[in-house]
Design a binder for this molecule. Structure first.
Ligand code: MG
Length: 177
């Protein structure tokens, strides 16, 4: 086999920046007597998501995607649900913490793209508000924050209204040298 003319090491030496992707997925049950907070925004609803924190399923998926991109575990390892400090805490505080971890290593977020899976309520009208709140923490304009909502067409636990799920991917980048 002939030697390749450009080795991977050469390739790395030519690069001026590196980038990573990350994936996060989360699920929470819908229960009576809880506020419904998604994407940092409180949404009027008869039921809210159960959890140790405010159970913001979208932000949890976002945190996991960012932590995944840098191989730093997941939200459960950084903010254990047995720790009373995190009881009912706003998940925006957790996202701020994750962003500080990344920034300390020189990372910035290029974009995030997320989908919330919920039979109800309708979320689309709240996306502008979510983008404003999330953009402030992620330091991103609204066109770098993808927010979508879908249902499962009535299928399965989420389709029966038992809970809400969210998935998020992110791209992050940092300068080399
Ligand atoms: Mg969660």
């Amino acid at each position: 086999m002939p030697e390749p003319s450009v080795t991977r090491k050469d390739e790395r030496e030519r690069q001026t920046s590196e980038s990573r992707v990350g994936l996060g997925i989360d699920f929470h049950r819908l229960v009576e007597g809880r506020r419904l907070v998604i994407g940092g925004v409180e949404i009027p609803n008869t039921r809210g998501l159960a959890g140790h924190s405010d159970a913001d399923v979208l932000i949890h998926a976002m945190c996991d995607s960012l932590l995944g991109a840098v191989g730093r575990g997941d939200i459960g390892t950084h903010f254990p649900d047995t720790d009373p400090r995190y009881r009912d805490i706003s998940s925006l505080v957790l996202l701020e913490h994750v962003m500080r971890l990344l920034a300390d290593d020189g990372w910035r977020v290029v974009n995030v793209d997320a989908t919330v899976v919920a039979e109800e309520p309708k979320l689309t009208r709240h996306f502008a508000g979510m983008k404003a709140v999330l953009g402030g923490v992620l330091d991103l304009p609204s066109d770098r924050i993808g927010l979508k909502a879908t249902t499962t067409e009535g299928m399965g636990a989420i389709g029966h209204g038992e809970g809400i799920s969210a998935q998020c991917v992110c791209l992050i980048e940092r300068a080399l040298r």
